[in-house]
Write a protein that binds this ligand. Structure first.
Ligand SMILES: *Cc1c(COP(=O)(O)O)cnc(C)c1O
Length: 364
């Protein structure tokens, strides 16, 4: 909790009379550099004051230094490029964020990196011999399966592999992979941290200075640089992350339980439900059960009608925003039943939200 208070006041010690309380939004390509040897900002691909404000704030959240990126995928690709070399092997989740697998297939493989895939539930007991990097995403998206982070770290480190965790679904408010021994955290701040469905952003966090230096160098040389305005908006979003998460998780817990008891709803997945396959591990390693619920309705037609009928669900992809959103994941080709819905619970007051969901659900 101290962390969130410190985060809200991270600028205070540096403020002088007349400074703005919110960080200034500095939109600049170039800076006044009469003396090149004297440090400071020079050119915005190498560094900018607005990134620094955001990275300072996110570093308090992660309890580790942070490098900001223009999207979650920019952060993920930077971390993979920073740790992997030709001839090495990376283990990735077969049921995690689809674009990470596409990146491995389209870009890592042609550069001589082998990618192998495992379902998230198998990572806790996997043999990582021969791997240079192990990449986890827990809970997985969209299936909400989990792996035991500390167990994965022990097995991966014994095999000499670096562990990267995509912590997007939980954020550091709910899950702290670095404290469980993970070497590098990657995250899409597009989701809950910015929280308002109005931008893409990402970051890499690590307590390994050599890895983070390479990540920073990747940003400078590849040019995957975030815009100042987006960084400024993420800073604003992160200020309310903890309170938004509290409401979202509390509502998700109530709604998941009611969905599980509803005659029109098939299989509900929510790590907070006591009989969910993810519950035991989730309870141990997560500070809350999150805002994502998946459930299955009879078929595609019933699911589409539910989504269209509920006035408090926006029909969109992505998750973690102020508005409750949901979609039928089979439309993207996910290996799920036709009536499978992933719902991201927003910050609407719980009871009106549930009333609207209940009214739109099929009776049985
Ligand atoms: C959205 C998401 C990403 C990618 O983030 P972008 O900002 O869209 O590039 C990566 N991992 C997970 C788990 C995500 O949900």
């Amino acid at each position: 909790m101290d962390r969130y208070a410190a985060m809200l006041h991270h600028r205070k010690a540096r403020l002088v009379q007349g400074d703005p309380i919110a960080p200034p939004l500095v939109s600049a390509a170039t800076f006044h550099v009469p003396d090149h040897a004297n440090g400071g900002y020079s050119y915005s691909r190498a560094g900018s004051p607005t990134w620094d404000e955001l990275e300072g704030q996110l570093a308090l959240l992660e309890d580790a230094p942070v490098v900001a990126f223009p999207s979650g995928m920019a952060a993920i690709s930077a971390a993979l490029m920073a740790v992997l070399r030709a001839g090495q092997k990376v283990v990735l989740p077969s049921d995690g964020y689809y674009t990470t697998r596409l990146f491995a297939e389209e870009f890592l493989k042609p550069f001589g990196v082998t990618a192998t895939y495992l379902p998230t539930v198998e990572f806790s007991t996997a043999d990582f011999a021969g791997a240079a990097a192990v990449f986890i995403e827990t809970p997985s998206n969209p299936g909400l399966d989990v792996c035991d982070i500390a167990a994965v770290v022990a097995r991966a480190h014994a095999a000499g592999a670096v562990v990267i965790a995509d912590n997007t679904t939980m954020t550091p408010v709910l899950q702290r992979p670095l404290d469980l021994g993970v070497d590098v955290v990657v995250a899409a701040d597009t989701k809950a941290p910015s929280g308002h469905s109005d931008l893409l952003f990402g970051h890499v966090a690590s307590r390994n200075a050599a890895v983070l230096d390479r990540v920073r160098n990747w940003r400078r040389l590849s040019g995957a640089v975030p815009g100042a305005f987006e960084a400024w908006l993420v800073h604003r979003g992160v200020e309310t992350l903890e309170v938004r998460m509290a409401r979202m998780c509390a509502s998700a817990g109530v709604i998941a339980e009611r969905l599980a008891g509803h005659p029109g709803v098939r299989r509900v997945r929510y790590p907070g439900l006591p009989d969910d396959p993810s519950h035991a591990i989730a309870k141990r390693q997560m500070a809350g059960f999150g805002f994502l619920i998946s459930f299955t309705l009879a078929d595609a037609g019933v699911a589409e009608k539910f989504l269209a009928d509920c006035p408090f669900i926006v029909q969109s992809t992505s998750f973690g925003a102020t508005h409750t959103s949901a979609e039928r994941r089979a439309r993207w080709g996910d290996m799920v039943p036709e009536g499978f819905i992933r719902m991201s619970v927003g910050i609407e007051p719980t009871e009106p939200l549930w009333a609207a969901i209940a009214a739109a659900l099929p009776e049985n």
